[in-house]
Design a protein around this ligand. Structure first.
Ligand code: ADP
Ligand code: MG
Length: 303
């Protein structure tokens, strides 16, 4: 490695992972190549979104970052440490925290603050420091007011923010979230995405967000599009969502507003070729009289 080079927080090299399916007698029935020759590098502080159709290998790739899965071929490095090396296991699990789809499977404490403290407690952190970490973590996800509550009494979005706080309390460098909003209602989804963005912006934590919602992926620095275990496309949200037809072939959508702009461009209403990612950008690209334009912007902000 060159001097002064920043170590990639996540790096995979020719990563291949195969699930071996066996029958009841243990004979091999078949092999599924879930991750196929993946080479990705994520820099510290980046926000990455991974999108792809069901079964494209997103979760399997994510499990390699947290050393839940080990490569069949190739390697994975977290902060320069090879995940296949057993002596790094606990450090890697602490550095790369994972949040899953269902918050009910992740919360074990009877009281919110107790749940958030479990991770550092298991790490043997002294009590005073555990409380410090619980305070900071709950505050970072906006859940301080609920700290004395039973997790059962929280909404889905609040529970998921408690799960994130639990991971945060271990002071990770990187958080991998595997469809954290899939089970939430629209307001819960917004709460969780807001919290995740703040962790990236304010705490500078590297984020890997797996999502089916394209309007969540627009906040990423880069998007990885997966298809059949491979990385089919990478780029900024603007670059990726420009490729509407290719995404359609991969059975993926673009954000609704992007699609609308795309259709308006095709029919000649919008002249500019710049990809639109928000309502404000759509209004800017429409060549309509200014007073109307400003009124519309006001409305869109208020609604
Ligand atoms: P995604 O998260 O994108 O939906 P997955 O990583 O879960 O994709 O799955 C990738 C492929 O691996 C799929 O073909 C899936 O059927 C297969 N797969 C996932 N988990 C297992 C498993 N435990 N055993 C066998 N095959 C699996
Ligand atoms: Mg998955």
């Amino acid at each position: 490695m060159a001097m002064g080079c920043v170590v990639d927080i996540i790096k995979t090299k020719d990563l291949v992972y195969e699930y071996i399916r066996r029958d009841e007698e243990g004979n091999v029935e078949g092999i599924t190549r879930a991750v196929d020759e993946v080479d990705v590098a994520v820099r510290p502080g980046e926000f990455i979104a991974i999108v792809g159709h069901n079964g494209s290998g997103k979760s399997t790739l994510a499990k390699h970052i947290n050393a839940i899965c080990y490569p069949t071929e190739g390697s994975v490095f977290v902060d320069g440490k090879d995940t296949a090396d057993e002596k790094h296991l606990w450090e890697i699990r602490r550095m790369a925290g994972m949040v899953f789809q269902n918050p009910d499977n992740q919360i074990i404490g009877q009281v919110v603050e107790e749940d958030v403290g479990f991770g550092p407690e298991n790490m043997g952190i002294p009590t005073a420091q555990i409380w410090e970490r619980v305070d900071e973590s709950l505050s970072a996800v906006g859940m301080t007011a609920h700290r004395k509550k039973s997790p059962n009494r929280l909404s889905g979005g609040q529970k998921q923010r408690v799960s994130i706080a639990g991971v945060l309390a271990m002071r990770p460098k990187c958080i991998i979230l595997d469809e954290p909003t899939a089970m939430l209602d629209p307001s819960g989804r917004k709460e969780v995405i807001r919290a995740v963005r703040a962790l990236n912006d304010v705490e500078k934590i590297t984020i890997v967000l797996i999502t089916h919602y394209m309007d969540e992926a627009i906040f990423a620095d880069r998007i990885f599009v997966m298809d059949k275990g491979r990385i089919a496309m990478t780029g900024t949200p603007r670059q990726i969502f420009h490729r509407v037809e290719e995404l359609k072939q991969l059975r993926l959508d673009v954000p609704y507003v992007t699609l609308l702009a795309h259709k308006l461009r095709k029919s000649g209403v919008i002249k500019s070729d710049t990809t639109v990612l928000s309502i404000e950008e759509l209004l800017d690209s429409l060549d309509i009289a200014l007073p109307v334009k400003h009124e519309s912007v006001g409305k869109s902000v208020n609604c």
